[in-house]
Design a protein around this ligand. Structure first.
Ligand SMILES: Cc1cc2nc3c(=O)[nH]c(=O)nc-3n(C[C@H](O)[C@H](O)[C@H](O)COP(=O)(O)OP(=O)(O)OC[C@H]3O[C@@H](n4cnc5c(N)ncnc54)[C@H](O)[C@@H]3O)c2cc1C
Length: 290
């Protein structure tokens, strides 16, 4: 904004395009978003929806010098920004309790048949530098949970109810006079041809093809969504499966095979068998026998 542009173009209408557009509007610019798809169809709509800012953000041995400090500033800014969405109608952002349940039972054969996850280097972990923002895990006393023989810990987590969060961002953008143009770019020259002095690139994974940026790597696998269950208001982690009680459907995600699951995997075809294995693992925890 140092060049005082009165007009800004944002390429991409996922959560980062909309967030950038809103920031530019608040700084006084007129903003047009150009994108092939709007938020409900983008990758952003397919996220788990947890505020876990150091999750898979960089590889341990590849982060640029000084990145940890930049990351911390970004995380603290993001935390403050998202706090402003708490308590709004529609609950775009909220805090939930989450439980981690561990037992000594090895994963059942049903949950170990999915093949091995790709191996690779470890992800960097920066969480300690924002320990003051993130509630600590606390052990739940044995006998205070319904799970016999299991060890249970609890903490709190900020989550995004993505359907409503996206809707809120889109509304705020249009209310502030934002314009949307459907467009698909195949080369940077097409963006230059827009004639805008300031262009913010928020094309997500699309940047790999558009900007020929081969450093972009998929780092997440899939999620599955169960129908919304308004009475379930807590998250759960059990045997490499997590469940997040989003208002737009309970998200179930498997880390079967380890933390590097999904790394380098470009396949976006939904894997129903994986989802069913994950649900079965959770069902075992809630079976009357437990
Ligand atoms: C299974 C899964 C779980 C995840 N869980 C979390 C989580 O819990 N928390 C978290 O913070 N993150 C999570 N993420 C990551 C998160 O989803 C992404 O980091 C985020 O959505 C990226 O947003 P974006 O706006 O940069 O990109 P996108 O949402 O991909 O948006 C890109 C935009 O650019 C447009 N575009 C791209 N190329 C072109 C082109 N050539 N021409 C025109 N338009 C173009 C698209 O149409 C779209 O509008 C998860 C991701 C996955 C896959």
């Amino acid at each position: 904004m140092q060049a005082s542009p009165s007009e800004v173009a944002v390429i991409g209408c996922g959560v980062l395009g909309l967030t950038s557009a809103l920031l530019a509007q608040r700084a006084g610019a007129r903003v047009t978003i150009y994108a092939s798809e709007q938020l409900p169809l983008t990758t952003s709509a397919r996220a788990t929806g947890e505020w876990t800012p150091d999750s898979r953000i960089a590889l341990a041995d590849a982060a640029a010098p000084g990145f940890a400090a930049v990351w911390e500033e970004m995380a603290r800014t993001a935390f403050k920004a998202h706090r402003n969405y708490l308590g709004l109608p529609g609950t775009p952002v909220e805090w939930i309790d989450q439980y981690s349940v561990t037992d000594d039972t090895p994963p059942s054969s049903s949950s170990s048949s999915g093949g091995s996850a790709p191996s690779g280097p470890a992800f960097a972990e920066y969480g300690k530098s924002i320990a003051d923002l993130v509630p600590k895990w606390r052990r739940v006393p044995a006998g205070a949970t319904p799970f016999k023989g299991a060890s249970v810990a609890r903490n709190e987590l900020m989550i995004f109810n993505i359907a409503d969060y996206g809707h809120t961002l889109l509304n705020d953008f249009f209310i502030a006079g934002g314009q949307f143009r459907q467009a698909e770019f195949h080369a940077p020259s097409q963006i230059a041809a827009l004639g805008k002095r300031v262009v913010i690139n928020c094309t997500g994974y699309g940047a790999r093809a558009l900007w020929k940026d081969e450093t972009l790597t998929p780092v997440r696998g899939q999620i599955a969504r169960l129908i919304p269950q308004p009475d379930v208001r807590y998250g759960l982690t059990y045997r490499q499966v997590i469940a997040v009680p989003r208002r737009d459907g309970i998200v179930v995600q498997s880390f079967e095979g380890g933390e590097m699951k999904g790394y380098g995997d470009t396949n976006e075809t939904p894997d129903r068998a994986e989802a069913e294995r994950a649900v079965k693992t959770l069902a075992e925890l809630f079976s009357p026998a437990r």
